[in-house]
Design a protein around this ligand. Structure first.
Ligand code: NAD
Length: 506
């Protein structure tokens, strides 16, 4: 594939009714390769009329999709998964060139997307409601599961394809159509990704590009029926409020500030390697990254020594070279990250390693948004760095004197997405899994996902669940049906009320 030609072909377009259409807007935003800072294309901020046309097409396609059999929908979704397998090398390369992530991480993201599509293809036909024990003898009472209609999926840039599929696959399996509003920092790859939906009715999955105002139009549109949002807390709050105006259901997957606890019973070398991955995977731009590392005082110094050793091994560079860590998504994110590190140092943290920009990168990457994976110690619970999401390659270490203290500090956060605990002590496992207030807890298994298990947060991390059976139900209405096959007269409660049951004055 000639990536430059592919980016050029996609530039200026949005994806409507199964085709790339050149937008009539005059507003375009440049797309930069974060490893070089060079422009590779641009994307349009589509017009309100174009949004309307996409919504109309989505509602038409949804009717066709829902009128087909569940088996047909499953087969079409499996075909989509197969098509994605074919397109994997192309999509993964563009993903690396647009977001900076190492090619292996892009390829993994495509593989995980394939498995989620296949999972929901089957789950969608597995359960379509339930039969209830009737409250009146001889009647039939049951529930039907029905689609919401047109689902708007609004996305961030850190896993632009996987997060799209986690919601879109469930929404499609539930019988909905989908309109994707990609991140401004992954728009061209998301447009390319639309080709995987070739086996679905035209208009069933569409993609409109632009910034927050395009997202807001889709959310507020009278003919969209649900919103699945992944991104920051302020945007999530704005979307939840806009949805509340119309009682439009919404799934809000917002920020994380996950704890990573290391107890004395943990295999310390393994815990150090795990922390390196959990803190620096995707350059720390993961909602479930290790954001606060609480280490028991008995193992603190040894853990820090091993963690620094492991982190020094990381190769930083262009995602298409043999590297472990790429650049940050864009210059604004790099600048924000550097401000957070400076503030932590100002508040008394000690930099154990990193803290700057990598010095030995090749000349052609000098315009990229690279920062060094950074470990800081001497962090205290009151510092800003542990009370807000960093969303970058920073590992702040807090020394604690007990597992109870670590759990108490974990729960002090405003966020509640996930938490990891390294321990081999059964009592600690039981305590942590029961007492940590979060959507997910990983014991010695950091940031793992499972298509079959629910993903989502509590507190300021969001509302609702994606993935698993819960993630299918998120995109469905439940309708109660009651049938009296004999059309009998319900004398046990209809008019006229019997004299026996009237109030008897004493
Ligand atoms: P963001 O909130 O700035 O943007 C996310 C999306 O919302 C973008 O597509 C943007 O254009 C759109 N948007 C902005 N304003 C809007 C509005 N008023 N109406 C509708 N759409 C609007 O988030 P970001 O900085 O791109 O993403 C990073 C955040 O995402 C981090 O906080 C991270 O933790 C979070 N995240 C959460 C999860 C999760 O599953 N909980 C997963 C990945 C990322």
């Amino acid at each position: 594939m000639n990536h430059a030609a592919e980016f050029e072909r996609l530039t200026g377009t949005y994806f409507r009714e199964g085709k790339y259409v050149v937008s009539e807007t005059s507003q375009h935003q440049p797309v930069l390769d974060p490893a070089t800072g060079q422009q590779v294309g641009s994307f349009p901020s589509v017009t309100p009329d174009e949004v309307d046309a996409v919504v109309t097409a989505a509602n038409q396609a949804q009717k066709e999709w829902w009128s087909a059999s569940a088996l047909h929908r499953a087969e079409a979704m499996h075909a989509t998964a197969r098509r994605l397998r074919e397109l994997k090398p192309v999509v993964a390369e563009l993903l690396t060139r647009e977001t900076g992530k190492p090619y292996k991480e892009s390829a993994d993201e495509v593989d995980w997307s394939i498995s989620a599509i296949d999972y929901y293809a089957e789950l969608g036909r597995h359960s379509v409601g339930s039969v209830l024990g009737p409250s009146i003898a001889g009647q039939m009472h049951y529930t039907l599961k029905e689609p919401m209609g047109t689902v708007v999926v609004i996305l961030p840039a850190n896993f632009p394809l996987l997060l799209l599929i986690w919601e879109a696959a469930a929404a499609l399996a539930a019988g909905n159509s989908v309109i994707v509003k990609p991140s401004e920092w992954a728009s061209l790859t998301t447009l390319k990704f639309m080709e995987v939906f070739d086996d679905l009715p035209a208009g069933l999955v569409q993609c409109v590009t632009g910034g927050g105002s395009v997202g807001a139009q889709l959310v507020e549109h009278r003919h969209t029926h649900m919103v699945g949002f992944t991104g920051s807390v302020p945007t999530g709050q704005r979307i939840a409020k806009a949805c509340a105006e119309q009682f439009k259901p919404c799934l809000i997957e917002a920020s994380g500030n996950d704890a990573f606890i290391v107890t004395p019973s943990a295999p310390i070398e393994v815990a150090a390697r795990a922390a390196t991955f959990a803190a620096f995977f995707n350059c720390g731009q993961v909602c479930t990254s290790a954001e606060r590392i609480y280490v028991h005082e008995d193992v603190h110094d040894r853990f820090v020594e091993l963690f620094v050793q492991e982190t020094r091994k990381l190769r930083i560079g262009h995602g298409l070279d043999h590297v472990d860590v790429g650049p940050m998504e864009h210059a604004g994110e790099r600048d924000r990250f550097e401000g957070i590190v400076a503030r932590a140092v100002e508040q008394g943290a000690k930099v154990e390693m990193g803290g700057g920009r990598p010095a030995d990168l090749p000349e052609e990457l000098s315009g990229g948004y690279f920062v060094e994976p950074t470990i800081i110690t001497g962090v205290t619970p009151d510092m800003d760095v542990v009370n807000n999401e960093v969303f970058g390659p920073l590992a702040p270490i807090v020394k604690v004197s007990s597992v109870d203290e670590a759990i108490e500090l974990t729960n002090r956060s405003a966020f509640g997405l996930g938490a990891t605990v390294y321990t081999t002590d059964a009592a600690e496992i039981h305590k942590a899994t029961n007492e940590i207030v979060s959507g997910m807890v990983w014991i010695n298994a950091p940031i793992l996902d499972n298509d079959a298990g629910p993903f989502g947060g509590r507190k300021m991390s969001g509302l609702g669940r994606q993935l698993g059976a819960e993630g299918l139900d998120t995109f469905r209405h439940t309708k109660l049906v009651m049938v009296d096959p004999l059309a009998s007269e319900h004398d046990f409660w209809w008019f006229p009320y019997s004299t026996d049951e009237a109030w008897q004055q004493a």
